[in-house]
Design a protein. Structure first.
Length: 147
């Protein structure tokens, strides 16, 4: 099952029309490398994944939005309903290396998404950039709601 889920994840990341709502379980749990508590639910997970896509940016086939980085997956390990996808990018001239640890259910939806990063300078850079991106996204959502 995880093979199909990861294929779908790559389509989401490359903007090929796949929808996160269809890929994430309603009760998905997201573990951020910079937030102490797990984030529970589809909407908050979509918020974090959207912010990450806009923060990391990329120009690879399996890349995320327009942050100007060079995000790319470099390795993957798939077993049962679990995947570990190693990635790398640069942010502000700093090398970022990490893994997405993804678990799906038997229906092919992601039930757990955990991100781990290294080195420390990368964690600090991602923390600052994600904070700015989440704030901008929340302000944008509030502005849209007021209109």
């Amino acid at each position: 099952m995880i093979e199909k889920v990861i294929e779908r994840w790559h389509r989401v990341m490359s903007g090929e029309g796949e929808d996160l709502d269809d890929l994430l379980a309603e009760d998905v749990v997201f573990y951020s490398p910079v937030v102490f508590t797990p984030q529970e639910g589809r909407e908050v997970t979509k918020l974090y994944l959207g912010a990450a896509a806009n923060t990391f940016g990329g120009d690879e086939a399996v890349s995320s939005g327009g942050g100007g980085g060079t995000f790319r997956y470099t390795k993957k390990v798939l077993d049962g309903n679990h995947a570990v996808l190693e990635f790398e990018t640069k942010m502000g001239g700093k090398y970022v290396n990490g893994v997405d640890i993804i678990t799906c259910n038997d229906e092919g939806r992601i039930v757990e998404f955990k991100v781990m990063l290294r080195p420390l300078q990368a964690i600090q850079a991602v923390h600052a950039a994600m904070g700015r991106m989440l704030k901008a996204m929340q302000e944008g959502a509030a502005s849209s709601a007021d209109a």
